[in-house]
Design a protein around this ligand. Structure first.
Ligand code: ATP
Ligand code: MG
Length: 497
Protein backbone atom coordinates (compact mmCIF):
# COMPACT_ATOMS: atom_id res chain seq x y z
CA UNK A 1 0.00 0.00 0.00
CA UNK A 2 2.67 2.45 1.06
CA UNK A 3 6.37 2.32 0.55
CA UNK A 4 8.82 4.91 1.77
CA UNK A 5 12.26 4.59 0.19
CA UNK A 6 15.44 6.12 1.59
CA UNK A 7 13.76 9.12 3.17
CA UNK A 8 16.07 11.70 4.76
CA UNK A 9 14.84 14.84 6.50
CA UNK A 10 16.86 17.38 8.46
CA UNK A 11 15.83 20.34 10.57
CA UNK A 12 18.84 22.64 10.84
CA UNK A 13 21.58 20.34 12.09
CA UNK A 14 19.16 17.71 13.46
CA UNK A 15 18.68 14.67 11.23
CA UNK A 16 15.12 13.63 12.06
CA UNK A 17 15.00 10.87 9.45
CA UNK A 18 18.16 9.25 8.15
CA UNK A 19 17.69 7.08 5.05
CA UNK A 20 14.46 5.51 6.30
CA UNK A 21 12.80 2.77 4.25
CA UNK A 22 9.47 1.35 5.32
CA UNK A 23 6.87 -0.90 3.70
CA UNK A 24 3.26 -1.02 4.88
CA UNK A 25 1.13 -3.86 3.51
CA UNK A 26 -2.45 -3.38 2.43
CA UNK A 27 -5.12 -4.32 4.95
CA UNK A 28 -2.73 -4.53 7.90
CA UNK A 29 -2.23 -2.57 11.08
CA UNK A 30 1.38 -1.46 11.22
CA UNK A 31 2.84 -0.12 14.46
CA UNK A 32 5.73 2.33 14.60
CA UNK A 33 7.62 2.43 17.87
CA UNK A 34 10.77 4.12 19.11
CA UNK A 35 12.19 6.51 21.65
CA UNK A 36 11.15 10.11 21.95
CA UNK A 37 12.75 12.01 19.12
CA UNK A 38 13.46 8.88 17.07
CA UNK A 39 11.69 10.42 14.07
CA UNK A 40 8.31 8.64 14.10
CA UNK A 41 6.09 11.70 13.73
CA UNK A 42 8.42 13.20 11.14
CA UNK A 43 8.37 10.20 8.81
CA UNK A 44 4.58 10.02 9.01
CA UNK A 45 4.21 13.75 8.45
CA UNK A 46 6.28 13.32 5.31
CA UNK A 47 3.91 10.60 4.09
CA UNK A 48 1.02 13.00 4.79
CA UNK A 49 2.67 15.91 2.97
CA UNK A 50 3.04 18.00 6.11
CA UNK A 51 6.81 18.09 5.64
CA UNK A 52 8.79 17.58 2.46
CA UNK A 53 11.65 15.08 2.57
CA UNK A 54 15.13 16.30 1.61
CA UNK A 55 15.53 13.12 -0.40
CA UNK A 56 13.82 9.78 -0.94
CA UNK A 57 10.74 8.42 -2.62
CA UNK A 58 7.14 7.67 -1.70
CA UNK A 59 5.25 4.89 -3.51
CA UNK A 60 1.55 4.10 -3.28
CA UNK A 61 0.46 0.75 -4.71
CA UNK A 62 3.89 0.42 -6.26
CA UNK A 63 3.84 3.74 -8.10
CA UNK A 64 6.00 6.72 -7.27
CA UNK A 65 3.86 9.65 -6.18
CA UNK A 66 4.50 13.28 -5.43
CA UNK A 67 3.03 14.43 -2.11
CA UNK A 68 3.72 18.14 -1.71
CA UNK A 69 1.03 18.92 0.86
CA UNK A 70 -1.77 17.21 2.83
CA UNK A 71 -4.12 17.99 -0.04
CA UNK A 72 -2.11 15.68 -2.32
CA UNK A 73 -2.06 13.02 0.41
CA UNK A 74 -5.83 13.18 0.89
CA UNK A 75 -6.34 12.88 -2.87
CA UNK A 76 -4.22 9.71 -2.75
CA UNK A 77 -6.40 8.28 0.03
CA UNK A 78 -4.14 9.04 2.98
CA UNK A 79 -5.63 10.41 6.21
CA UNK A 80 -3.83 11.41 9.39
CA UNK A 81 -5.01 11.98 12.95
CA UNK A 82 -2.46 14.10 14.77
CA UNK A 83 -1.69 13.72 18.43
CA UNK A 84 -3.02 17.19 19.14
CA UNK A 85 -6.44 17.33 17.56
CA UNK A 86 -7.16 20.04 15.06
CA UNK A 87 -10.90 20.53 15.62
CA UNK A 88 -12.75 23.82 16.05
CA UNK A 89 -14.43 23.70 19.47
CA UNK A 90 -17.31 26.00 18.68
CA UNK A 91 -18.47 24.02 15.66
CA UNK A 92 -20.40 20.77 15.39
CA UNK A 93 -18.91 17.43 14.44
CA UNK A 94 -20.40 17.65 10.94
CA UNK A 95 -19.14 21.20 10.38
CA UNK A 96 -15.65 20.12 11.40
CA UNK A 97 -15.76 17.07 9.19
CA UNK A 98 -17.00 18.90 6.12
CA UNK A 99 -14.71 21.89 6.66
CA UNK A 100 -12.04 21.77 3.99
CA UNK A 101 -13.46 18.58 2.46
CA UNK A 102 -15.94 20.40 0.24
CA UNK A 103 -14.68 21.56 -3.11
CA UNK A 104 -17.62 23.91 -3.72
CA UNK A 105 -18.15 27.19 -1.93
CA UNK A 106 -19.80 27.40 1.48
CA UNK A 107 -23.03 28.43 -0.25
CA UNK A 108 -23.25 25.06 -1.99
CA UNK A 109 -22.51 23.19 1.17
CA UNK A 110 -25.32 20.76 1.83
CA UNK A 111 -25.07 20.31 5.56
CA UNK A 112 -28.18 18.12 5.69
CA UNK A 113 -26.66 15.67 3.26
CA UNK A 114 -23.34 15.84 5.10
CA UNK A 115 -25.14 15.10 8.36
CA UNK A 116 -26.81 12.05 6.82
CA UNK A 117 -23.58 10.76 5.27
CA UNK A 118 -21.63 11.25 8.46
CA UNK A 119 -24.28 9.54 10.54
CA UNK A 120 -24.29 6.58 8.14
CA UNK A 121 -20.50 6.35 8.30
CA UNK A 122 -20.55 6.64 12.08
CA UNK A 123 -23.20 3.92 12.38
CA UNK A 124 -21.36 1.61 10.00
CA UNK A 125 -18.34 1.57 12.33
CA UNK A 126 -20.42 1.99 15.49
CA UNK A 127 -18.57 5.19 16.41
CA UNK A 128 -21.57 6.80 18.13
CA UNK A 129 -20.77 10.30 16.81
CA UNK A 130 -23.74 12.69 16.69
CA UNK A 131 -23.11 14.97 13.69
CA UNK A 132 -24.86 17.99 15.22
CA UNK A 133 -23.11 17.84 18.58
CA UNK A 134 -20.61 20.61 19.41
CA UNK A 135 -16.95 19.61 19.84
CA UNK A 136 -16.65 21.52 23.11
CA UNK A 137 -19.30 19.27 24.64
CA UNK A 138 -17.50 16.06 23.71
CA UNK A 139 -15.06 13.92 25.65
CA UNK A 140 -11.56 13.50 24.23
CA UNK A 141 -12.48 10.01 23.07
CA UNK A 142 -15.48 11.31 21.12
CA UNK A 143 -13.37 14.10 19.60
CA UNK A 144 -10.93 11.51 18.40
CA UNK A 145 -13.70 9.61 16.67
CA UNK A 146 -14.66 12.84 14.92
CA UNK A 147 -11.06 13.08 13.69
CA UNK A 148 -11.32 9.51 12.40
CA UNK A 149 -14.59 10.31 10.64
CA UNK A 150 -13.01 13.37 9.11
CA UNK A 151 -10.39 11.17 7.46
CA UNK A 152 -12.92 8.49 6.47
CA UNK A 153 -15.34 11.07 5.04
CA UNK A 154 -12.55 12.04 2.66
CA UNK A 155 -12.33 8.42 1.69
CA UNK A 156 -9.00 7.63 3.32
CA UNK A 157 -7.80 4.11 2.62
CA UNK A 158 -4.64 4.51 4.65
CA UNK A 159 -5.00 6.03 8.10
CA UNK A 160 -2.03 7.33 10.04
CA UNK A 161 -2.65 7.68 13.77
CA UNK A 162 0.01 9.50 15.82
CA UNK A 163 -0.21 8.32 19.44
CA UNK A 164 -4.00 8.03 19.34
CA UNK A 165 -4.26 6.31 22.70
CA UNK A 166 -2.15 8.78 24.69
CA UNK A 167 -5.25 10.78 25.59
CA UNK A 168 -7.64 7.88 26.13
CA UNK A 169 -8.64 6.14 29.33
CA UNK A 170 -8.06 2.36 29.43
CA UNK A 171 -11.78 1.73 28.74
CA UNK A 172 -11.70 4.06 25.75
CA UNK A 173 -8.63 2.26 24.38
CA UNK A 174 -10.54 -1.03 24.34
CA UNK A 175 -13.39 0.61 22.38
CA UNK A 176 -10.96 2.39 20.09
CA UNK A 177 -9.19 -0.85 19.23
CA UNK A 178 -12.42 -2.57 18.28
CA UNK A 179 -13.10 0.35 15.92
CA UNK A 180 -9.66 -0.12 14.36
CA UNK A 181 -10.33 -3.84 13.92
CA UNK A 182 -13.63 -3.09 12.16
CA UNK A 183 -11.84 -0.63 9.86
CA UNK A 184 -9.26 -3.28 9.06
CA UNK A 185 -12.06 -5.75 8.23
CA UNK A 186 -13.35 -3.18 5.75
CA UNK A 187 -9.96 -3.29 4.06
CA UNK A 188 -8.41 -0.14 5.47
CA UNK A 189 -4.69 0.02 6.16
CA UNK A 190 -3.68 1.60 9.44
CA UNK A 191 -0.39 2.94 10.75
CA UNK A 192 -0.30 3.55 14.48
CA UNK A 193 2.45 5.24 16.48
CA UNK A 194 2.45 4.32 20.15
CA UNK A 195 4.78 3.96 23.13
CA UNK A 196 2.70 1.24 24.74
CA UNK A 197 4.04 -2.20 23.97
CA UNK A 198 0.94 -4.02 25.20
CA UNK A 199 -1.02 -2.03 22.62
CA UNK A 200 1.45 -2.94 19.88
CA UNK A 201 1.04 -6.61 20.76
CA UNK A 202 -2.76 -6.33 20.99
CA UNK A 203 -3.53 -4.48 17.78
CA UNK A 204 -0.75 -4.65 15.19
CA UNK A 205 0.25 -7.17 12.53
CA UNK A 206 3.71 -5.78 11.94
CA UNK A 207 6.06 -3.45 13.83
CA UNK A 208 8.78 -1.09 12.68
CA UNK A 209 11.25 0.15 15.28
CA UNK A 210 12.93 3.53 14.86
CA UNK A 211 16.01 4.75 16.66
CA UNK A 212 18.01 7.96 16.12
CA UNK A 213 16.20 8.75 12.90
CA UNK A 214 16.70 5.30 11.38
CA UNK A 215 14.40 2.33 10.91
CA UNK A 216 16.39 -0.27 12.86
CA UNK A 217 14.04 -3.21 12.78
CA UNK A 218 10.90 -4.67 11.33
CA UNK A 219 9.16 -7.74 12.77
CA UNK A 220 5.86 -9.58 12.61
CA UNK A 221 3.97 -8.92 15.82
CA UNK A 222 3.26 -12.62 16.28
CA UNK A 223 7.01 -13.28 16.33
CA UNK A 224 8.02 -10.76 18.99
CA UNK A 225 7.45 -9.89 22.66
CA UNK A 226 7.37 -6.80 24.85
CA UNK A 227 10.84 -7.62 26.11
CA UNK A 228 12.31 -7.99 22.62
CA UNK A 229 10.64 -4.82 21.40
CA UNK A 230 11.89 -2.91 24.43
CA UNK A 231 15.41 -4.04 23.71
CA UNK A 232 15.17 -3.02 20.06
CA UNK A 233 13.76 0.38 20.97
CA UNK A 234 16.23 1.36 23.65
CA UNK A 235 19.19 -0.76 22.64
CA UNK A 236 19.44 -2.36 26.10
CA UNK A 237 17.25 -4.36 28.50
CA UNK A 238 14.52 -2.27 30.09
CA UNK A 239 12.90 -2.87 33.44
CA UNK A 240 9.22 -3.08 32.58
CA UNK A 241 8.14 -2.92 36.22
CA UNK A 242 8.75 -0.49 39.06
CA UNK A 243 11.14 -1.48 41.81
CA UNK A 244 10.86 0.25 45.15
CA UNK A 245 11.19 -0.30 48.87
CA UNK A 246 8.36 0.36 51.33
CA UNK A 247 7.77 4.01 52.09
CA UNK A 248 8.88 5.47 55.40
CA UNK A 249 6.38 8.31 55.79
CA UNK A 250 7.18 11.16 58.18
CA UNK A 251 5.13 14.21 59.14
CA UNK A 252 2.05 15.40 57.28
CA UNK A 253 2.93 17.85 54.51
CA UNK A 254 -0.43 18.33 52.80
CA UNK A 255 -3.79 18.15 54.47
CA UNK A 256 -6.94 18.62 52.40
CA UNK A 257 -10.23 19.01 54.28
CA UNK A 258 -13.63 18.78 52.65
CA UNK A 259 -12.42 20.56 49.51
CA UNK A 260 -14.90 21.56 46.83
CA UNK A 261 -14.03 22.86 43.37
CA UNK A 262 -16.35 23.71 40.50
CA UNK A 263 -14.82 22.64 37.21
CA UNK A 264 -15.12 24.08 33.71
CA UNK A 265 -16.35 20.91 32.08
CA UNK A 266 -19.07 19.84 34.44
CA UNK A 267 -16.91 17.61 36.60
CA UNK A 268 -16.30 18.88 40.09
CA UNK A 269 -14.65 18.05 43.38
CA UNK A 270 -17.45 17.38 45.87
CA UNK A 271 -15.74 17.55 49.24
CA UNK A 272 -12.57 15.49 49.48
CA UNK A 273 -10.34 15.01 52.51
CA UNK A 274 -6.96 13.30 52.66
CA UNK A 275 -3.35 13.80 53.74
CA UNK A 276 0.00 13.31 52.05
CA UNK A 277 3.04 12.84 54.27
CA UNK A 278 6.71 13.45 53.66
CA UNK A 279 8.33 10.39 52.13
CA UNK A 280 5.27 8.84 50.53
CA UNK A 281 3.59 8.76 47.15
CA UNK A 282 -0.19 9.01 47.35
CA UNK A 283 -1.88 8.01 44.11
CA UNK A 284 -5.28 9.02 42.87
CA UNK A 285 -6.96 6.47 40.62
CA UNK A 286 -10.12 7.24 38.74
CA UNK A 287 -11.66 7.38 35.31
CA UNK A 288 -10.79 10.68 33.70
CA UNK A 289 -13.36 13.41 34.27
CA UNK A 290 -14.14 12.46 37.86
CA UNK A 291 -12.62 15.56 39.42
CA UNK A 292 -8.94 14.64 39.57
CA UNK A 293 -7.86 17.41 37.15
CA UNK A 294 -9.85 20.02 39.07
CA UNK A 295 -8.43 18.77 42.38
CA UNK A 296 -4.80 19.06 41.26
CA UNK A 297 -5.41 22.43 39.61
CA UNK A 298 -6.93 23.82 42.80
CA UNK A 299 -4.02 22.49 44.87
CA UNK A 300 -1.57 24.05 42.40
CA UNK A 301 -3.29 27.44 42.60
CA UNK A 302 -4.62 27.39 39.04
CA UNK A 303 -8.29 27.42 40.04
CA UNK A 304 -10.07 28.42 43.22
CA UNK A 305 -11.71 26.05 45.64
CA UNK A 306 -15.27 27.03 46.56
CA UNK A 307 -15.22 25.40 49.99
CA UNK A 308 -12.93 23.51 52.33
CA UNK A 309 -9.31 24.09 53.35
CA UNK A 310 -5.83 23.11 52.27
CA UNK A 311 -2.99 23.05 54.79
CA UNK A 312 0.70 22.80 53.96
CA UNK A 313 3.13 22.11 56.82
CA UNK A 314 0.28 23.02 59.18
CA UNK A 315 -0.41 26.43 57.61
CA UNK A 316 -3.61 27.30 55.79
CA UNK A 317 -2.78 27.87 52.12
CA UNK A 318 -6.26 27.61 50.64
CA UNK A 319 -6.59 29.51 47.36
CA UNK A 320 -3.11 31.01 47.36
CA UNK A 321 -1.72 31.86 43.95
CA UNK A 322 0.40 29.45 41.93
CA UNK A 323 3.39 31.71 42.55
CA UNK A 324 2.91 31.76 46.32
CA UNK A 325 2.56 27.99 46.39
CA UNK A 326 5.70 27.53 44.32
CA UNK A 327 7.61 29.74 46.75
CA UNK A 328 6.49 27.50 49.61
CA UNK A 329 8.04 24.52 47.82
CA UNK A 330 5.11 23.06 45.91
CA UNK A 331 5.97 21.95 42.38
CA UNK A 332 3.45 20.98 39.73
CA UNK A 333 3.83 18.81 36.64
CA UNK A 334 0.62 19.52 34.72
CA UNK A 335 -1.27 17.08 32.54
CA UNK A 336 -1.58 19.46 29.60
CA UNK A 337 2.01 20.33 28.77
CA UNK A 338 1.10 22.60 25.87
CA UNK A 339 -1.41 24.72 27.74
CA UNK A 340 0.10 24.80 31.20
CA UNK A 341 3.66 23.58 31.05
CA UNK A 342 5.62 25.37 28.35
CA UNK A 343 6.04 28.53 26.32
CA UNK A 344 6.23 26.75 22.99
CA UNK A 345 7.84 29.62 21.07
CA UNK A 346 10.50 30.26 23.72
CA UNK A 347 13.77 28.40 23.93
CA UNK A 348 14.67 25.67 26.40
CA UNK A 349 16.67 28.06 28.59
CA UNK A 350 13.68 30.34 29.05
CA UNK A 351 11.36 27.41 29.64
CA UNK A 352 13.72 26.04 32.27
CA UNK A 353 13.23 29.08 34.50
CA UNK A 354 9.45 29.48 34.21
CA UNK A 355 8.06 30.09 37.65
CA UNK A 356 11.35 31.20 39.17
CA UNK A 357 12.28 33.83 36.59
CA UNK A 358 11.35 36.79 38.81
CA UNK A 359 13.40 36.00 41.88
CA UNK A 360 17.01 35.27 42.88
CA UNK A 361 19.13 33.57 41.90
CA UNK A 362 17.65 33.77 38.38
CA UNK A 363 16.77 37.45 38.60
CA UNK A 364 19.74 39.46 39.84
CA UNK A 365 19.35 42.35 42.29
CA UNK A 366 19.82 44.72 39.37
CA UNK A 367 16.56 43.43 37.90
CA UNK A 368 18.41 41.77 35.07
CA UNK A 369 18.42 38.05 34.42
CA UNK A 370 21.43 36.21 35.68
CA UNK A 371 22.41 34.42 32.51
CA UNK A 372 25.16 32.34 34.14
CA UNK A 373 22.58 30.88 36.54
CA UNK A 374 20.14 30.21 33.71
CA UNK A 375 22.82 28.54 31.56
CA UNK A 376 23.80 26.29 34.42
CA UNK A 377 20.23 25.45 35.28
CA UNK A 378 19.17 24.52 31.77
CA UNK A 379 22.37 22.53 31.24
CA UNK A 380 21.67 20.53 34.41
CA UNK A 381 18.09 19.79 33.41
CA UNK A 382 19.12 18.72 29.91
CA UNK A 383 21.85 16.51 31.35
CA UNK A 384 19.91 14.98 34.28
CA UNK A 385 16.70 14.41 32.36
CA UNK A 386 18.24 13.47 29.03
CA UNK A 387 16.45 16.14 27.01
CA UNK A 388 17.25 15.65 23.33
CA UNK A 389 18.57 17.38 21.31
CA UNK A 390 20.66 18.92 24.13
CA UNK A 391 20.62 22.45 22.80
CA UNK A 392 19.30 25.19 25.15
CA UNK A 393 18.69 27.53 22.22
CA UNK A 394 16.06 25.35 20.52
CA UNK A 395 12.44 26.40 20.82
CA UNK A 396 10.28 24.18 23.01
CA UNK A 397 7.96 23.47 20.10
CA UNK A 398 10.74 21.91 18.03
CA UNK A 399 11.24 19.19 20.67
CA UNK A 400 9.42 15.91 20.26
CA UNK A 401 6.49 15.35 22.65
CA UNK A 402 8.35 13.14 25.08
CA UNK A 403 11.32 15.48 25.28
CA UNK A 404 9.00 18.38 26.10
CA UNK A 405 7.69 16.30 29.00
CA UNK A 406 11.21 15.53 30.25
CA UNK A 407 12.02 19.24 30.21
CA UNK A 408 8.99 20.09 32.38
CA UNK A 409 9.72 17.29 34.81
CA UNK A 410 13.35 18.35 35.06
CA UNK A 411 12.37 21.95 35.74
CA UNK A 412 9.97 21.03 38.54
CA UNK A 413 12.40 18.57 40.14
CA UNK A 414 15.05 21.27 40.07
CA UNK A 415 12.96 23.24 42.58
CA UNK A 416 13.70 20.52 45.11
CA UNK A 417 10.04 20.53 46.13
CA UNK A 418 8.63 19.56 49.54
CA UNK A 419 5.46 18.59 47.73
CA UNK A 420 5.15 17.50 44.12
CA UNK A 421 1.76 17.50 42.41
CA UNK A 422 2.05 15.42 39.28
CA UNK A 423 -0.51 14.50 36.62
CA UNK A 424 0.09 11.89 33.91
CA UNK A 425 3.91 12.00 34.29
CA UNK A 426 4.65 9.55 31.50
CA UNK A 427 2.00 10.40 28.92
CA UNK A 428 3.66 10.31 25.49
CA UNK A 429 7.00 9.29 26.99
CA UNK A 430 9.04 6.35 25.66
CA UNK A 431 9.66 3.19 27.69
CA UNK A 432 13.24 4.03 28.57
CA UNK A 433 12.15 7.45 29.80
CA UNK A 434 9.20 5.95 31.72
CA UNK A 435 11.61 3.76 33.65
CA UNK A 436 13.75 6.83 34.27
CA UNK A 437 10.86 9.07 35.40
CA UNK A 438 9.54 6.37 37.71
CA UNK A 439 12.98 6.08 39.33
CA UNK A 440 13.16 9.85 39.73
CA UNK A 441 9.74 9.98 41.41
CA UNK A 442 10.72 7.24 43.83
CA UNK A 443 14.05 8.97 44.42
CA UNK A 444 12.22 12.18 45.30
CA UNK A 445 10.04 10.27 47.74
CA UNK A 446 13.07 8.58 49.30
CA UNK A 447 14.71 11.98 49.73
CA UNK A 448 11.71 12.93 51.87
CA UNK A 449 9.37 14.80 49.55
CA UNK A 450 5.62 14.26 49.54
CA UNK A 451 4.20 13.26 46.15
CA UNK A 452 0.58 13.38 44.99
CA UNK A 453 0.21 11.48 41.73
CA UNK A 454 -2.67 11.31 39.27
CA UNK A 455 -2.46 8.96 36.32
CA UNK A 456 -5.02 7.48 33.99
CA UNK A 457 -2.75 4.44 33.74
CA UNK A 458 -3.98 2.18 36.48
CA UNK A 459 -0.81 0.12 36.24
CA UNK A 460 1.30 3.20 36.76
CA UNK A 461 -0.49 4.48 39.86
CA UNK A 462 -0.66 1.07 41.46
CA UNK A 463 3.03 0.48 40.81
CA UNK A 464 4.19 3.85 42.14
CA UNK A 465 1.77 4.73 44.92
CA UNK A 466 2.31 3.74 48.52
CA UNK A 467 -1.34 4.48 49.24
CA UNK A 468 -4.05 4.73 46.62
CA UNK A 469 -7.18 6.86 46.82
CA UNK A 470 -9.98 6.06 44.41
CA UNK A 471 -11.97 9.03 43.14
CA UNK A 472 -15.44 8.86 41.59
CA UNK A 473 -17.81 11.72 40.81
CA UNK A 474 -15.65 14.13 42.76
CA UNK A 475 -15.52 12.07 45.93
CA UNK A 476 -12.90 9.78 47.41
CA UNK A 477 -14.75 6.47 47.48
CA UNK A 478 -12.03 4.46 49.12
CA UNK A 479 -8.40 4.05 50.07
CA UNK A 480 -6.58 0.85 49.20
CA UNK A 481 -3.17 -0.68 49.59
CA UNK A 482 -2.00 -1.04 45.99
CA UNK A 483 0.24 -3.96 46.93
CA UNK A 484 -2.64 -6.14 48.10
CA UNK A 485 -5.58 -4.94 45.98
CA UNK A 486 -6.20 -6.31 42.50
CA UNK A 487 -6.59 -3.94 39.56
CA UNK A 488 -10.03 -5.53 38.98
CA UNK A 489 -11.17 -4.46 42.45
CA UNK A 490 -9.76 -0.98 41.95
CA UNK A 491 -11.47 -0.83 38.55
CA UNK A 492 -14.78 -1.73 40.17
CA UNK A 493 -14.38 1.03 42.74
CA UNK A 494 -13.59 3.48 39.93
CA UNK A 495 -16.75 2.63 38.03
CA UNK A 496 -18.97 2.11 41.06
CA UNK A 497 -19.62 -1.47 39.98
N1 ATP B 1 9.57 21.31 13.15
C1 ATP B 1 10.74 20.93 13.69
N2 ATP B 1 11.77 21.79 13.83
C2 ATP B 1 12.95 21.39 14.35
N3 ATP B 1 13.22 20.14 14.79
C3 ATP B 1 12.23 19.23 14.69
C4 ATP B 1 10.94 19.57 14.15
N4 ATP B 1 10.16 18.46 14.17
C5 ATP B 1 10.92 17.49 14.70
N5 ATP B 1 12.16 17.94 15.01
C6 ATP B 1 13.26 17.15 15.59
O1 ATP B 1 13.37 15.96 14.85
C7 ATP B 1 13.61 14.83 15.69
C8 ATP B 1 12.52 13.78 15.48
O2 ATP B 1 11.29 14.29 16.01
P1 ATP B 1 9.91 13.52 15.94
O3 ATP B 1 8.87 14.47 16.39
O4 ATP B 1 9.76 12.90 14.61
O5 ATP B 1 10.14 12.37 17.03
P2 ATP B 1 9.13 11.25 17.56
O6 ATP B 1 9.78 9.93 17.29
O7 ATP B 1 7.79 11.48 17.01
O8 ATP B 1 9.17 11.49 19.14
P3 ATP B 1 7.99 11.42 20.28
O9 ATP B 1 7.85 9.97 20.65
O10 ATP B 1 8.57 12.17 21.45
O11 ATP B 1 6.76 12.03 19.71
C9 ATP B 1 13.68 15.38 17.10
O12 ATP B 1 15.03 15.58 17.43
C10 ATP B 1 12.95 16.70 17.02
O13 ATP B 1 13.44 17.60 17.98
MG1 MG C 1 5.93 12.07 17.86
Amino acid sequence: MLELRNITKTFGNVTANNDVSLTVHKGTIHAIVGENGAGKSTIMRIAYGFYKADSGEILIDGETVSIKNPHDAIALGIGMVHQHFMLVDTMTAAENIVLGAETGSAANLDLDKANRDILALSNELRLGVKPDEYIENMSVGQQQRVELLKALYRDAKLLILDEPTAVLSPQEVVEFFSILRRMKEQGKTIIIITHKLDEVLAISDEVTVMRDGKAVGNVKTSETSAKDLARMIVGRDVLLRVEKTDAVPKSTVLEVKDLKVTGNHGSTVNGVSFVVRAGEIVGIAGIEGNGQTELIEALAGLTKATAGTVEFDGKNITNQSARQLKELGIAHIPEDRHKRGLLLDSDLAENSILGVHYRPPVAAATGLMNSAVIDKRVAEIIENFDVRPPNPELSAKSLSGGNQQKLIIGREFDLDPKLLLVSQPTRGVDIGAIEFIHRKLIGLRDAGSAVLLVSAELEEVTALADRLLVIREGKIVGEVDPKTTSTEDIGLMMTGG
